[in-house]
Design a protein. Structure first.
Length: 74
């Protein structure tokens, strides 16, 4: 059982947008690391992008569950 309070739909959309904005920053970091041939920075950037992808997937799941709840209670 989860006791985490869910965001409303607008808050979830805002969280997705800000998370995707962070992804662009991390992609820039990856490109820079490739250019400098900095393996450690490259790995760090890839891990950060994976974390962003996971975060977006969780937020999308939250939206889908909210839609399912709306259908069931509406």
């Amino acid at each position: 059982m989860s006791t985490v309070k869910k965001k409303g739909k607008p808050g979830t959309y805002l969280a997705i947008g800000s998370t995707l904005f962070a992804a662009f920053s991390n992609i820039k970091k990856i490109r820079t690391a490739r250019g400098e041939q900095d393996t450690l920075q490259l790995v760090d950037g890839l891990i950060r992008v994976a974390a962003v992808a996971t975060g977006v997937a969780l937020l999308i799941r939250e939206l889908r569950q909210a839609n399912d709840d709306d259908i069931l209670t509406g």
